[in-house]
Design a protein around this ligand. Structure first.
Ligand SMILES: CC(C)(COP(=O)(O)OP(=O)(O)OC[C@H]1O[C@@H](n2cnc3c(N)ncnc32)[C@H](O)[C@@H]1OP(=O)(O)O)[C@@H](O)C(=O)NCCC(=O)NCCS
Length: 189
């Protein structure tokens, strides 16, 4: 969940007007008015454990704004609502990892990242619907060729299962930290 160095100092979230929905789950554009929603999720170590890694400390407002403002320069960032309540965030981002881009030099490659920040909403099917909406948007509206799910921790079967249920396949499993690995999954149109 780290923006590239050149986008880290972006002054504002790049807003857009894409809205997607399926049943009770809706994705609406993330805006500069969403910090009170996003900050508690950025400060919840249980959420961070799965979204960013073990022992990642709570983030300040400045750090949180830096991440989302940076990512949004290259992404469609959304707030996930479930029955009208904001429960998480997700984005569709131009792929920012050279080692993966090099596998498909002539293709439009994107990545999907997601966090359901409200823990009691985990395991209720919301994530699966949100990612299905992003996949449909990426292929049908954006003309993407290949989608990636990056840095899925090996201790996060819920995330792995969600991506696999939606047709993503394991591409690589590797660990900078020898005690655990992070998975990369890929889906073609
Ligand atoms: C990962 C996450 C987005 C998944 O969304 P979710 O709404 O909780 O997941 P879903 O309810 O859609 O379930 C996805 C699949 O995992 C399964 N699952 C649910 N809880 C599980 C668990 N504890 N262990 C293993 N599988 C589980 C579900 O059964 C479902 O598979 P199925 O369709 O075969 O039944 C969400 O849990 C989350 O944001 N967690 C914290 C942050 C995070 O992990 N982000 C992703 C980083 S890569």
């Amino acid at each position: 969940m780290t923006p590239s160095d050149d986008t880290r100092s972006a002054p504002r979230i790049r807003e857009h007007s894409v809205a997607l929905s399926e049943g009770a789950v809706a994705l609406r554009p993330m805006t500069e008015g969403d910090w009170a929603i996003l900050l508690p999720w950025s400060q919840d170590v249980d959420v961070l454990h799965f979204s960013d890694g073990p022992g990642v400390p709570p983030r300040s407002l400045d750090e949180t704004q830096g991440i989302y403002r940076g990512v949004s320069q290259d992404a469609y960032c959304f707030i996930i609502e479930w029955a009208g309540r904001a429960v998480g965030e997700c984005w569709l981002q131009r792929l920012n990892l050279d080692w993966l881009r090099d596998l498909h030099p002539a293709k439009d490659c994107r990545r999907i990242d997601i966090t359901i920040g409200e823990k009691e909403c985990w395991g209720k099917g919301v994530g699966t619907i949100a990612v299905r909406l992003l996949v449909g948007f990426a292929f049908a509206s954006e003309g993407a060729d290949v989608l990636f799910a990056c840095d899925v921790a090996d201790y996060n079967p819920r995330s792995r299962r969600m991506f696999e249920c939606l047709g993503f396949e394991l591409l690589e499993e590797r660990g900078a930290d020898p005690s655990r690995s992070y998975l990369t999954l890929r889906k073609y149109i």
